[in-house]
Design a protein around this ligand. Structure first.
Ligand SMILES: NC(=O)c1ccc[n+]([C@@H]2O[C@H](COP(=O)([O-])OP(=O)(O)OC[C@H]3O[C@@H](n4cnc5c(N)ncnc54)[C@H](OP(=O)(O)O)[C@@H]3O)[C@@H](O)[C@H]2O)c1
Length: 355
């Protein structure tokens, strides 16, 4: 089954670190947006996409990889800590969003290398095919599927959920929400804020909700957030408290909407918000992660937020100090190794920290 050709309505993911960074253990840094950038077009753009999947043929994928000029920038590799239980089997299924490149590609390759059935969810068919080809070639796994998914597009999310119900009838063991965007440079404005939150927060939330019933009891959800979205980026005490006490997805949505509205009204600073659209989007994503962990606890689903560190990808303009294999390490650790009782935590470099 062929995927439909996709329009490129979304600008490339971008992320430029600049001054004002604060360091985390692996030089993960707070971002500043710049005006450079890309037209913000999160909303209302025509989409004719349908989520479809194909098990790519060897010839097709190789041609596609060649055609797309598939980069070899990504590396992967994951060591299972001694003594940890290898609970997965070839029946185990992992879905990784934004898996056509960068950290997502490396996470998907790690899953495939473990013999896990891996769904590469990508918003562009050509880039997705090239990614599948490289994963198959470099891991030797044949059980790598390609599915179209644009998390910022409700229709695409619904179509993906329908597809997975049909093609993954035994359910999803592991969902890694890795897809994300960030503006390069100083871009800042209401449309840019809407676009950033529509992908990083609302898109991630929409996918979690759409796949909720398909995630198996005892499964794992890993949300790739960022140290740029830690609670401390909010200096205003009252606003910080609203994040700390948020107890439903609706509470987080209200805060996300308030940020966009405040930016639109030119009052975001006086309302206590920082100048980082990316930071706020990731704070909303990690706050949602904490709430989702509580919601799914009765079903023993382990839900984690993490920062991959400052990684050399397109998003960081390849300035990151970590390889993609190193960036994928903590998300892979959370997906495969983390004990189930440690749900609802925020991680970096395999260490749990506060939100
Ligand atoms: N790199 C870092 O230093 C760093 C630090 C902290 C956190 N992170 C987080 O790590 C994650 C991966 O980042 P990366 O560095 O690997 O970035 P990247 O190389 O730019 O890759 C981002 C991936 O997300 C996909 N994507 C973007 N918008 C999407 C959408 N609406 N629907 C589906 N897929 C979408 C991209 O697809 P296309 O190829 O189609 O654009 C791409 O596959 C992100 O969530 C990012 O915020 C990265």
């Amino acid at each position: 089954m062929m995927m439909h050709a996709l329009s490129t309505r979304i600008p490339p993911s971008i992320y430029t670190p600049s001054q004002g960074f604060h360091k985390c253990s692996f030089a993960c840094r707070v971002l500043r947006q710049s005006p450079l950038a890309v037209p913000a077009r999160a909303e209302g753009i025509e989409s004719h996409r349908r989520s479809q999947v194909l098990r790519t043929t060897a010839l097709g994928t190789l041609l596609s990889a060649f055609h797309m000029g598939s980069s070899k920038a990504e590396t992967f590799g994951f060591d299972i800590p001694a003594g940890s239980e290898k609970w997965w089997t070839p029946e185990t299924t992992a879905v990784v969003t934004g898996a056509n490149k960068g950290i997502g590609w490396a996470i998907a390759a790690n899953m495939a290398a473990q013999g896990i059935r891996t769904v590469v969810a990508a918003r562009d068919e050509g880039r997705g095919k090239a990614a599948v080809a490289r994963i198959q070639q470099e891991t030797g796994s044949k059980d790598v599927l390609l599915a179209q998914l644009d998390i910022s597009d409700g229709n695409s999310v619904s179509a993906f959920a329908n597809w997975s119900q049909q093609h993954l009838p035994k359910g999803i063991d592991i969902l890694v929400n890795n897809a994300g965007v960030a503006y390069k440079g100083n871009a800042f404005g209401p449309d840019e804020a809407q676009f950033t939150l529509s992908t990083n927060f609302w898109g991630t939330k929409a996918l979690c909700e759409a796949l909720n019933s398909q995630i198996k009891d005892g499964g794992r959800v890993v949300n790739v957030c960022s140290v740029a979205g830690k609670l401390r980026i909010i200096k205003d005490q009252a606003l910080q408290q609203r994040f700390e006490t948020a107890s439903s997805p609706g509470d987080v949505e209200t805060l996300a909407k308030k940020f966009v509205d405040d930016v639109r009204a030119g009052r975001h600073s006086q309302e206590g918000w920082p100048n980082s659209m990316y930071g706020v989007s990731k704070l909303c994503e990690s706050t949602y992660t904490r709430i989702l962990a509580k919601q799914l606890q009765p079903r023993r689903v382990t839900v984690s937020a993490c920062c991959p560190g400052y990684v050399s990808t397109d998003m960081s303009s390849h300035r990151g100090v970590k390889t993609t294999a190193e960036g994928a390490d903590t998300p892979t650790f959370l997906a495969l190794v983390l004990p189930a009782e440690q749900t609802g935590q925020w991680w970096t470099d395999r260490q749990s920290q506060g939100f």
